[in-house]
Design a protein around this ligand. Sequence first.
Ligand SMILES: [Zn+2]
Ligand SMILES: [Zn+2]
Length: 256
Amino acid sequence: MLNFDFHTHTTYSHGTGSILDNAIAAKKAGLKGIAITDHGFSHLMYGMKRRELDKMLAECREAQRQTGVKVLLGIESNIIGEEGVCDVKPCDYDKIEIFLAGIHRAVWYPTNEDFERVLVENWVTQLTKIKPSKQLVDYNTKIYINAVKNNPIDILTHPNYCVFADAVEVAKCCADYGTYFEINTKKMHLTPEEWQKVIDTKVNFVVDSDAHSPDRVGDLKLFLSQDEVVKFPKERIFNFGDKMPNLRYTEFKKHL
Ligand SMILES: [Zn+2]
Ligand SMILES: [Zn+2]
């Protein structure tokens, strides 16, 4: 069913395997390709290093040569604030081949307000299980929407991980700008009811493992169990069967 896993981590960030290990695992799983998408540079604990991009790209090419599996160098960029700024810069464009972005916790935020709202308020809300305030949901939704509007993001990773946003508004924006809404098989962050409302928008999807170890590359278990309840529209999952996503960032780079 899955042909390409667009979201995998290696020892360059929070993963346990090498780029080659992930490519070998992809081959075993019968995939035709993977993307190496380590955490963006501003992640405080696991951020990849800009100075290592050349080495990573060379390892991707070598892993592809050895396994016959297509290996793209990507990034899981951090969205760092209200304006939707991501930690990919124009100087990275020629090395990075696919642009994923998501919200994470242990990240450097440029302003105190972003730090307090994105990190502290969401975290406290999650820990205390109180209902998130409308103000917080609106703020988070704005961050996602601004990120999708202002950056050529191919895939929005694990929407609503760490934060409470209006997933339907985020999905509508992704549909408008050609960003794929990820169905992440490491952990689901939307309820079946929320997924149903997201499906009712026109957004397109990819399913990704978010593997932090090679044995999880191409893992669909969580998707398959959720699919029994949610019934995801397979014709809108663009890394299933013989479909491939139309990557916005690739188009963007052609016009630089
Ligand atoms: Zn992530
Ligand atoms: Zn990830």
